[in-house]
Design a protein around this ligand. Structure first.
Ligand SMILES: CC(C)(COP(=O)(O)OP(=O)(O)OC[C@H]1O[C@@H](n2cnc3c(N)ncnc32)[C@H](O)[C@@H]1OP(=O)(O)O)[C@@H](O)C(=O)NCCC(=O)NCCS
Length: 202
């Protein structure tokens, strides 16, 4: 079941059989309104548009029967591709996206379909949340709440970033980042977690 020929699974059609994301308790309009506020009340921002379409993609999965859902799914797939191809933001509906997640700027933003991004986190241009190994295509990072990901960062594999973690610009994160800690560099190292064993961090 878990064999894919491609290394990424960001296409929603490819992950449709995967575990469904938690459906948010807020209504679609309420979610998109708070996303709009989080994006500076600017509906023209690509990041806001990408998040709004992702919310729509999740919302339409609640529709029953499937026949009723079909036109919404068609619309979602068109809009998903439009966002991806126009702004370079690949954010499938299968991502477990928290509330008020901000996508700052655009281009080369690739979010694996099995990723999770907690409430109030920030993702910037050039960020990849992806699998690390070709033969483990379903492994993806899980970000806690208020995680701040710098421009160009790559977070790869089955990792957890704790609440309030920071990732420096252009970091390549290959291991867990504790809550509140900051990871920088290539490969990323923790620079400010007092609880971390320094030997482990070398
Ligand atoms: C990591 C970051 C959040 C700063 O965290 P901080 O805890 O305040 O870290 P400091 O600025 O005190 O720097 C601590 C050390 O990490 C280094 N460092 C900071 N950011 C770094 C980065 N992105 N890559 C590599 N090293 C970095 C500093 O040079 C410093 O090293 P030193 O102790 O040898 O002098 C910030 O530098 C960063 O990268 N922010 C991303 C912002 C961004 O993407 N902006 C784009 C907007 S469009």
């Amino acid at each position: 079941m878990f064999e894919l020929e491609r290394s990424d699974v960001t296409n929603p059609d490819e992950v449709a059989t995967a575990e469904k994301p938690d459906l948010p308790s807020l209504g679609l309009g309420q979610q998109i309104t708070e996303d709009w506020v989080a994006h500076g009340r600017d509906w023209t921002k690509p990041g806001f548009r990408a998040v709004a379409i992702q919310r729509f993609g999740v919302w339409r999965m609640k529709l029953e029967p499937k026949l009723l859902r079909a036109p919404f799914s068609l619309l979602y797939r068109m809009l998903y591709r439009k966002i991806r191809n126009t702004y370079g933001i690949d954010l499938p509906y299968t991502v477990q996206l928290g509330r008020r997640v901000i996508i700052e700027h655009q281009n080369a933003i690739i979010i694996h379909g099995y990723s999770a991004i907690g409430d109030d986190s920030v993702i910037r241009q050039g960020v990849t949340l992806g699998n690390r190994y070709l033969d483990r295509p379903f492994e993806a990072p899980k970000l806690g709440k208020r995680v701040n990901v710098g421009a160009g960062a790559k977070i790869l594999g089955n990792l957890t970033l704790g609440d309030g973690a920071n990732v420096g610009a252009n970091a390549v994160v290959l291991r867990d980042v504790p809550a509140g800690a900051t990871a920088v560099g290539l490969p990323a190292k923790i620079i400010n977690a007092s609880s971390l064993d320094n030997a482990e961090n070398r």
